[in-house]
Design a protein around this ligand. Structure first.
Ligand code: NAP
Length: 259
């Protein structure tokens, strides 16, 4: 299927690995030039090289911490005007409700709420002026089906969800479409670190913890970055113009939400 976005230009934040990389690969496969961000320059450069070699599009790596104003400024400067923005950052650590200080909450809000909001505020005026834009925010299935130990994530991401609920409807009439993708368990490094925490808590091996978590998903496995990236690319396509302000679960049916 031709997504109708060849030649467009995208920023993909936090995309040297995992879900962000899956999105960058799928967009590049659709002919989109990419400005790719992550903090670690070496892995980022390698990923950018691999995607460009596999697809023939331009992939410009910008090593920067997207949760800082300085990092965002460098990404935005390298990108210039963009048609597509994929917002992403690392997730906060798990814990108990009583663990977290004000500073912990501020860090989570910076990474998973204020950074994506700042990126949207930076690119939306240009998209509106040109009459076309797509934004996908990677949030979490925890927004619709909260995960007890991910209180920092639940808190910050529901704040972002509220911002998108209003903003997506304010810009839809000007050709700009904003949606959120809500990953359940996917096979990435983040999943391995959560498997490791679960193994420690339950006194079992990491493999046993992963198998137990996979068995809790109706499809019986973790999601793949390819599946996730393809969904992101579709939401950035010319065909997504009537999908506005949605929170789309990719969780293998794990959350028992009927509508
Ligand atoms: P991952 O495999 O750990 O990859 C994270 C990516 O983000 C890496 O490329 C990392 O590179 C980059 N990154 C992290 N912090 C950054 C920062 N401050 N600035 C720029 N880049 C940054 O994680 P993932 O599994 O793809 O998860 C992506 C997001 O989805 C996270 O917020 C996660 O909490 C959420 N999520 C994931 C799952 C899942 O099952 N995988 C489920 C629900 C929600 P550097 O470290 O080099 O910066």
């Amino acid at each position: 299927m031709d997504l109708g976005i060849a030649g467009k230009r995208a920023i993909v934040c936090a995309g040297s690995r995992g879900l962000g990389r899956g999105c960058a690969e799928a967009l590049a496969g659709a002919g989109v030039d990419i400005v790719l961000n992550a903090r670690g320059a070496e892995a980022l450069g390698q990923t950018a090289h691999e995607i460009a070699a596999a697809t023939g599009v331009s992939v410009i790596p910008v090593a920067a911490d997207i949760t800082t104003a300085e990092g965002r400024a460098r990404v935005l400067e390298a990108a210039g005007s963009v048609d597509i923005l994929v917002n992403n950052a690392g997730g906060p650590p798990p814990g108990l409700w009583s663990d977290w200080s004000r500073d912990d909450f501020i860090s989570a809000l910076d990474a998973n709420m204020l950074a994506p909001i700042a990126m949207m505020q930076a690119v939306l005026p240009g998209m509106i002026e040109r009459g076309w834009g797509r934004v996908v925010n990677i949030t979490s299935a925890a927004v619709r089906s909260p995960i007890a130990q991910l209180g920092l994530s639940n808190t910050a991401r529901t704040g972002l969800t509220g911002f998108v609920a209003g903003t997506s409807r304010q810009v839809a009439g000007q050709g700009v479409v904003i949606n959120n993708l809500l990953p359940g368990l996917h096979a990435t490094d983040r999943a391995v670190s959560l498997d490791t925490a679960a193994a420690k808590a339950q006194g079992i091996t990491v493999e046993a913890a992963a198998a137990r978590r996979a068995a809790s998903i109706p499809v019986g496995r973790y999601g793949t970055t390819e599946e996730f990236g393809a969904t992101c690319a579709f939401l950035c396509s010319r065909y997504a113009g009537f999908i506005v302000g949605q929170n789309i679960m990719l969780d293998g049916g794990a959350a028992n939400i009927s509508i």
